[in-house]
Design a protein around this ligand. Sequence first.
Ligand SMILES: Nc1ncnc2c1ncn2[C@@H]1O[C@H](COP(=O)(O)OP(=O)(O)OP(=O)(O)O)[C@@H](O)[C@H]1O
Length: 263
Amino acid sequence: MLDLSNITKVFYPGTVNEKMALDNINLHVNKGDVICVVGSNGSGKSTLFNLISGTYPVTNGKIIFDGTDVTASPEYKRAMTIGRIFQDPTKGTAANMSIEDNMITAETKGMKGLRISLNNEKREQFASLLKLIGLQDRLKDNVGLLSGGQRQALTLLMIVMSRPKMLLLDEHTAALDPRNAQIVMDLTERFIAEYKLTALMVTHNMQFAINFGNRLIMMDEGTIILDVSGEEKSKLTVEELVRLFKNLRNKTYANDEALLTKE
Ligand SMILES: Nc1ncnc2c1ncn2[C@@H]1O[C@H](COP(=O)(O)OP(=O)(O)OP(=O)(O)O)[C@@H](O)[C@H]1O
């Protein structure tokens, strides 16, 4: 589904601020993989997502997505098949547009450019989808009126409506209160299973990363230092992960948040 070969990202090359954010990354993502990405602050997790989504160009290396070399493909083109959700619930939907107008935009994207009109039949379809997130009676409300949790759930729903092949979830529940975070996470799990999506999810919560998905990768200083899946992953404990990190890197895992937050 996705192949990253010898991916390097250097910010401000040749200047005093030069920063190697990703250092020769090789990653093969299988169709249907649900991968949690953990790593200390500044280890390169967001940069990895930014390169996959085409937000930033690579400095070196090749990205093959679904059999096509997308290394030079612009972000808007990749967004047709790669859906991304950020931590900030205000990204991903247009605040000053109604829920139904937001949804028609998402569906048009899913139909890959085909024109769709907003008629009563369409409204009924949208309302039945919105039932999943309890917003079925609010089609005409502006998205700006929704709570952070409702808005993030709508973003997720709209991304799924756009029929992506892959989801990039960038700490997408981190800004929500525990109850809403759980609702959005349940929805995420449901959509991934229902639409057989391939997904990568950044999380700072190591226990969650152990429990969720079939694969876990750990990053440090721009490299992937650990890649575990299946039974090996599910048998892990947070303590073991931290110990593994220490053995591999000869230093302590520098992310207190990861150790404190347990689900
Ligand atoms: N646009 C940018 N310009 C310059 N440096 C950047 C840029 N984006 C990231 N970096 C640097 O690249 C390195 C990796 O950052 P990145 O945001 O990918 O880490 P992260 O693992 O997502 O961290 P966190 O968990 O704190 O969000 C850091 O040193 C960061 O300062």
